[in-house]
Design a binder for this molecule. Structure first.
Ligand code: FEO
Ligand code: CA
Ligand code: CA
Length: 642
């Protein structure tokens, strides 16, 4: 067995790591934080006391004795409309009494009638995959045209090598077609959905059906367009790029477009000439290491060889805007929204008409961002400049429950506008933004100026700096060392103004396990034995102002995670702090992505990577290949659901 010289891990071991662990193995962080700084930023008591964590008259710091306090006193007048369900380790979907579910679409479902149905023996070919629903669906949105057609757009974030190539020895590619099949399973899928005999399914051959693979031509727009760092042999102008991949969460604009958010783009760049690769500071900060995570694209496409095309990696890590209503439209990479490991993009129209877009950078110790447009949104007006001309900010949280948005301007960062958009992480480090516990989805309350962000977990909190060397002290919205469980932070923009430079914040929930821990790892007072979970990730408000919470966490159901079962979806009430479990997913899956049908009688929910370690045959059962899917959940009485 050949071991990687830097990490002493075999190629298999390296490829099986999580995205963050892979990056750290390849680019080790310095071993220690500066502990003086850690001590100085002691845990923020006031931040907790302002919010629901003070339910029951104690702060989160007192959670040891109160974590099991029942919230049943409010049961009779709650807004949930369902009875919470128990945790589960079954290989199926569980929903409350009075609700039902079915699969609307799965990995490999054909978009066109001349494409064969998914073949469990071969798991498809490069050609079939290019015209079928992609793998590992994540963020998604449903759009409705003027005739009522429902158009789904979904991210196909990545592939699990042991699943897509599970028909091959060792679950690896053995041919160029295998590699291309994996590549074509990435990107986005647009498909019309329709209810037939009570079940949602793809309308084959709908004019809206379209795949956006990593080879789809796109325009580069915004400050980075044409910059020297964006130029390649294939595109000496730096103005067009092929494809989008590893899109995690999503956004949607009020003008009816879809936003795909590129996350762990670095894991696709490799090279056969490791000695010839010089990793500069920018490549290092983003984890472009010259070693890919086992996808092999660089073997069939020179773009992904970092020695042959050192700038190609600079052209990924952005947000791409797609018009679902025009299947011939060319997507636009909006560099003005910055380059980092984007989670999602929550677009808010401020009361004055300007656009605010909240965005997380999901890596240990990276930042939370906001973009504010220079221009104003008017329905029916020209919206093209709204995501071109504006300012990116990074969040700074103070221990006293206040915070500031720090503008990433040339004056503040010493970088020009294009560089701020290409090396956004370095710009945010330069202004001293707060290093966060992996910011995942952000969602804004539709009923008031209030915004929530899932901070999923961070085993390096208080232990190691981020990839740029910024310290990660314990405190503020990141209150636990080596954070295993995650938390949800929320903030209120000053004067209800999403463009204001200041805000107040608190924690809505600290996840934990009160059956195992008597300290802060037991979670906040709104976490109990009946609703506990770990690693909040997907977040979305419904129209009633309830917060839907999806998890992507440890599903071992053992030790720190005993009793938490498979990944799940819960619903929280921002007004009371109560959280109820609504859905549990199949084995080894995460629950991610959510959108509603036009009549809001169906909620579509994403189920990603069931059986990523070999222990699931969901949804097709028997000995079938597990398949990432989008399910439709409805009430038995057909009433509106959220
Ligand atoms: Fe693709 Fe941050 O999860
Ligand atoms: Ca996610
Ligand atoms: Ca996650």
């Amino acid at each position: 067995m050949t071991l990687d010289t830097k990490t002493n891990l075999s190629a298999d071991e390296l490829e099986d790591l999580s995205f963050d662990d892979f990056d750290e193995a390849i680019n080790p962080r310095p071993e220690n934080n500066d502990f003086d700084a850690v001590v100085e930023q002691a845990i923020s008591r006031r931040g907790f006391m302002g919010g629901v964590l003070s339910l029951g008259g104690v702060t989160a710091l007192g959670a040891a004795t109160t974590a099991l306090t029942p919230i049943s006193a409010r049961a009779a007048e709650n807004r949930f409309g369902f009875t919470a369900i128990a945790a589960s380790t079954e290989d199926t979907i569980t929903v409350p009494d009075g609700y039902n579910w079915h699969v609307a679409t799965r990995w490999g479902d054909p978009l066109f009638s001349d494409v064969p149905e998914f073949d469990h023996a071969t798991r498809g070919t490069a050609a079939s995959q290019a015209r079928a629903f992609g793998d590992n669906n994540d963020g998604m949105a449903i759009f409705t045209d003027k005739d009522g057609h429902q158009i789904l757009v979904a991210n196909n974030e990545y592939t699990n090598r042991s699943v897509i190539w599970g028909n091959n020895p060792e679950g690896k590619y053995v041919s160029d077609d295998d590699i291309l099949k994996g590549k074509n399973a990435h990107g986005l899928t647009a498909a019309e959905l329709k209810e037939v005999d009570g079940k949602w399914q793809i309308v084959k051959d709908s004019p809206y059906n379209r795949r956006f693979t990593p080879d789809e031509p796109m325009d580069i727009t915004g400050p980075a367009r044409g910059h020297a760092l964006m130029q390649t042999n294939a595109d000496p102008t730096g103005e067009t790029v092929l494809g989008t991949f590893n899109n995690c969460g999503n956004g949607r604009t009020p003008w009816g477009t879809y936003l795909a958010c590129e996350e762990n783009f670095n894991g696709y760049f490799g090279t056969s000439d490791a000695d010839g690769y010089e990793q500069d500071a920018g490549k290092k900060r983003y984890g472009v290491s010259g070693k890919d995570r086992g996808y092999g694209w660089w073997k069939i496409d020179d773009r992904f060889d970092v020695v042959k095309e050192p700038n190609e990696a600079n052209r990924h890590g952005y947000i791409t805007e797609v018009d679902p209503y025009d299947p011939t439209s060319k997507p636009k990479k909006r560099t003005a929204l910055g380059r980092f490991k984007h989670e999602n993009a929550e677009v808010v129209v401020n009361f004055d008409g300007r656009i605010a877009i909240y965005m997380g950078d999901d890596e240990r110790g990276e930042f939370l961002y906001r973009y504010v447009s220079d221009g104003y949104y008017a329905e029916g007006g020209n919206t093209d400049a709204l995501m071109e001309n504006g300012t990116i900010y990074a969040a700074k949280f103070e221990a006293d429950g206040t915070g500031k948005w720090l503008a990433l301007t040339p004056e503040a960062t010493g970088m020009d506008k294009a560089m701020i958009c290409i090396q956004t992480r370095m710009a945010a480090s330069a202004v001293g933004a707060t290093t966060m516990d992996r910011p995942e989805w952000v969602t804004a309350n539709p009923l008031k100026a209030e915004v929530y962000c899932a901070l999923t977990n961070n085993k390096n909190r208080g232990i190691k700096p981020n990839a740029g060397g910024d310290e990660t002290p314990v405190g503020g919205p990141n209150p636990r060392e080596a954070n295993k469980y995650g938390q949800i932070v929320r903030w209120w923009p000053s004067n209800g103004d999403h463009t204001a430079d200041t805000f107040k914040w608190d924690l809505f929930v600290m996840a934990g396990n009160p059956t195992v821990h008597q300290d802060m790892n037991g979670g906040s007072t709104n976490v109990n034995e009946g609703n506990m979970f770990n690693s909040p990730d997907g977040l979305s408000f419904d129209n009633k102002g309830l917060l839907w919470i999806q998890t992507d966490g440890n599903y071992s159901n053992e030790e720190d995670f005993a009793g938490q079962g498979n990944n799940q979806m819960l619903i929280g009430d921002p007004a009371t702090g109560e959280i109820r479990r609504f859905l549990v997913g199949p084995r080894e899956a995460e629950i991610t992505g959510i959108s509603w049908s036009a009549d809001r009688r169906t909620v579509f929910v994403g189920v990603q990577h069931p059986g990523e370690r070999g222990d699931s045959n969901w949804p097709d059962g028997g000995d079938k290949t597990p398949r990432s899917s989008i399910i439709a959940v409805r009430r038995d009485d057909g009433a509106v659901i959220g």
